[in-house]
Ligand binder design. Structure first.
Ligand code: R5P
Length: 313
């Protein structure tokens, strides 16, 4: 079976291929002078993609990732449907279709945070993108999706997988925290699963976001004096959420504070800002980032196995 990737998820695709024991092929990607994208499945991958189930690993972030994902799925589907027609008449022009077996694995699902319509006339962006992409694949795997409910009604099997087991393993080995903190209610499930796996204490904060750069936490007594604490979230963007949570922890006597997440967006100098408040920052490579220390491959592999079992291919 094969794993393919384009320009934005090569290392994650390698990790997935390694976890599954499959072969990884890079899809050729380049840009035209006007910035539009071009993709082509390399000749040495054509046969494998027709003969075996294939996992396309690609992020829907930044925006160009959405287009690239769509183009890769389209090319893979044409190939599997036996539509090989090309103007240079290279190779067979048509072949029999080979049926289902195309899975899209998305390490970081861009637009996941616009998962509701807050005001009339807004797009439910997460749903719109998922529906477009799943019209060209047979199953979807998404890693640590911000709020899975928005993708629960798609017409193909979906696996919501999580790198929290690997994140817990990494924190236990590198930090050995006494206490795990969820910086808001939305991260409680993820962070508490990490605390449970490590076997340490857990609590959470209640957060209000005033705007993209302003976060306020409700005051809460946390039993962290003299303790080493790791704050666990699904993603870190500006770092504001973590910095404010770290301040609350330090003011209550925490001696070490670490931040760990699946998706390290780290926008606008976030890492430098974070390092003024925490002793370490830990992330997966779902997005290329300087703090990629946790493998996302095993989590994606669990999701792929789950979807394959549902597809029965
Ligand atoms: C929001 O609920 C998410 O789980 C993260 O807490 C948030 O996106 C982090 O953003 P920032 O780093 O900009 O505070």
């Amino acid at each position: 079976m094969v794993v393919v990737s384009g320009s934005n998820s090569g290392p994650m695709a390698e990790q997935l291929a390694e976890a599954l024991g499959w072969t990884h092929h890079r899809i050729e990607t380049r840009r035209f002078p006007d910035t539009e994208g071009y993709i082509r499945i390399p000749t040495d991958a054509l046969e494998a993609i027709r003969n075996e189930p294939v996992v396309v690993v690609s992020n829907t972030f930044p925006d160009s990732g959405i287009v690239e994902t769509l183009l890769m799925l389209d090319a893979v589907q044409d190939l599997r449907n036996g539509d090989l027609q090309n103007l240079r008449e290279i190779g067979p022009q048509t072949l029999p279709g080979v049926g289902k077996g195309v899975i899209l694995a998305v390490p970081y699902f861009g637009y996941s945070r616009q998962d509701k319509r807050f005001k009339p006339g807004e797009s439910v962006s997460a749903r719109a993108i998922a529906e477009m992409l799943t019209s060209r694949c047979d199953g979807l795997v998404v890693l640590d999706l911000h709020a899975p409910a928005v993708l629960e009604h798609l017409t193909v099997p979906v696996a919501f997988t999580s790198a929290m087991p690997e994140l817990a393993e990494h924190l236990k080995e590198s930090v050995d925290p006494d206490f795990i903190l969820s910086p808001d209610k939305g991260a409680i499930d993820r962070a508490s699963s990490v605390a449970q796996q490590i076997g340490c204490e857990f609590s959470y904060l209640e957060k209000t976001r005033i705007d993209a750069h302003t976060i306020v936490h409700k005051a809460k007594d946390l039993d962290v004096a003299g303790k080493s604490v790791a704050i666990v979230d699904d993603m870190i963007a500006t770092g504001g959420t973590i910095c404010r949570a770290a301040e609350a922890l330090r003011s209550q006597g925490a001696v070490q504070v670490h931040a760990a997440c699946c998706h390290g967006l780290f926008t606008g100098g976030a890492i430098a800002r974070l390092l003024r408040y925490v002793d370490g920052v830990h992330a997966t490579g779902s997005l290329a980032n300087a703090r990629d220390v946790i493998s996302g491959g095993p989590a994606l592999a669990r999701g792929v196995r789950d979807v394959l079992a549902q597809l029965d291919v």
